[in-house]
Design a protein around this ligand. Structure first.
Ligand code: AMP
Length: 438
């Protein structure tokens, strides 16, 4: 019986991993430049972390979370997002006691039982930052600036991106705003889709990000959260916007942006791509000033964002890097066992000298093996019985076709070996194998 990967979860194949590795390295560098340090949390948490932290009534927890019991009956969940985990770790390890601002980042798989489609899968990967311990609006702008800087580093054109921002205020503001929304929406109940009718009593703010055509007229005329902010929240939002102006970051005020997780307060934002279709958010985030306290820590404000790796891969696929070629592919000539043994030894030496190498293990003819080598490597090293008797092998540059003898003793001395692989000044190859990568 053939077993496939679980629906909505997929393998990332060796052709794709160079792009993933490149993105991960750029993300780590960008996060590091802004002072964030990596935190790795488990993939499995107690389910109540998310029902309390993210919100029982949110789609993420209510509909999409993978929940199961361990052998003792403890309800566990595959993490659907990482902010709650980061906050749990922050509290558990008393990171607040160290004083100062905790700037943490993570990268890794998340799990949500959603309907798989382009840009939406059940196992997906997020990169994200969390800054815990400061209410300064400059920090909201800093994490937005970081998201924008990251896209610049990755070479995503500004024209293809747009930033949506909004403020949903503090707890008190939201109580008043929800009431205003209900007052506006209740008389229009019949125009709303069944999901939104349910949301009307549970969580009317979520109606604002419904994409169904029928709900749009009611949404377009709905009251705006920024008109229901208390003076502190209004001043905070004004300051965030002035910082964005100062940093030269363009944004659209989007009054329908509320985000799907309950912990958000005040600033919320999404950075979207025009190339992504329906699932256009590359990343999203905002403030969560009540979450640490809600999860049992001391009152501590926080702000952060999370982005989807798969969506970055979708918009950057054009830049897919060619798989890096090996430095050397070793082709034993003939059947003599001694030749094959020497090939294995040579591969081991080359690798220790920092040169990537592989051996023709499939026993193909020299012609076929050379063809394979041309696909896989920049040089071929031919080892035949006569050459072996003379203590040497033949190194061939597979792009220029130039060959040179390589004394086997050089394999034991990295310093003497390397010149064979360096380009000469005229661009030609010195020892036979200096041609460019790829
Ligand atoms: P969220 O945690 O829902 O705020 O999502 C943050 C970002 O994660 C989104 O902007 C997407 O880029 C990505 N994302 C969320 N859910 C999925 C999913 N099911 N599949 C792929 N990417 C996702």
């Amino acid at each position: 019986m053939k077993i496939s990967a679980v629906r909505g979860m997929r393998d990332i194949l060796p052709e794709e991993t160079p792009l993933w590795q490149h993105l991960e390295a750029e993300i780590r560098t960008a996060f590091g430049l802004y002072g964030f340090r990596e935190l790795r949390t488990p993939l499995v948490e107690e389910a109540q972390l998310f029902s309390r932290g993210v919100g029982e009534a949110t789609d993420v927890v209510h509909k999409e979370m993978y929940v199961f019991q361990d052998k003792k009956g403890l309800p566990l969940a595959l993490r659907p997002e990482a902010t709650a985990s980061v906050v749990r770790a922050y509290i558990e390890h008393g990171l607040y006691a160290k004083g100062g601002l905790a700037k943490l980042y993570y990268l890794g798989p998340m799990f949500r039982y959603e309907k798989p489609q382009k840009g939406r899968s059940r196992q997906f990967h997020q990169y994200g930052v969390e800054a815990l311990g400061s209410l300064d609006p400059a920090l909201d702008a800093e994490v937005i600036d970081l998201s924008s800087y990251l896209m610049e580093r990755l070479g995503l054109a500004r024209e293809g991106l747009f930033l949506r921002v909004n403020s949903i205020g503090c707890k008190g503001d939201r109580v008043r705003y929800r009431e205003a929304l209900r007052e506006h929406l209740e008389p229009r109940r019949d125009e709303l889709c069944p999901d939104c009718q349910r949301r009307l009593s549970e969580n009317p703010m979520r109606i604002l990000d419904c994409k169904r055509e029928g709900c749009q007229p009611a949404i377009r005329t709905a009251p705006r959260s920024i008109d229901h902010l208390c003076p502190d929240c209004r001043a905070h939002f004004q300051e965030v916007l002035s910082h964005l102006d100062l940093l030269g970051i363009q944004y659209e005020l989007d009054h329908t942006l509320v985000r799907g997780l309950d912990y958000y307060t005040r600033t919320v934002f999404e950075l979207c791509s025009r190339d992504l279709g329906a699932q256009d958010a590359l990343l999203g985030g905002g403030r969560y000033d009540d979450l640490v306290e809600l999860l049992g820590g001391p009152p501590t404000p926080g702000v952060g964002f999370a982005g989807g790796m798969e969506r970055l891969v979708l918009v950057l696929q054009g830049q897919l890097k060619k798989t890096e070629k090996l430095d050397v592919y070793i082709v034993p000539v003939g059947q003599e066992r001694e030749v094959w043994r020497t090939a294995a030894w040579a591969a081991s030496r080359l690798r220790r000298a920092g040169l990537s190498a592989d051996v023709e293990y499939l026993g193909r003819s020299v012609r076929k093996a050379t063809q394979a080598a041309a696909q896989l490597a920049r040089c071929a090293l031919f080892l035949g019985p006569e050459e072996l008797a003379q203590g040497q092998a033949t190194l061939k540059d597979l792009s220029s076709g130039k060959t040179v003898p390589l004394p086997l003793e050089k394999l034991s001395s990295p310093d003497e070996l390397h010149p064979f692989f360096e380009p000469e000044e005229n661009g030609d190859v010195k020892g036979g194998c200096g041609g460019g990568q790829g």
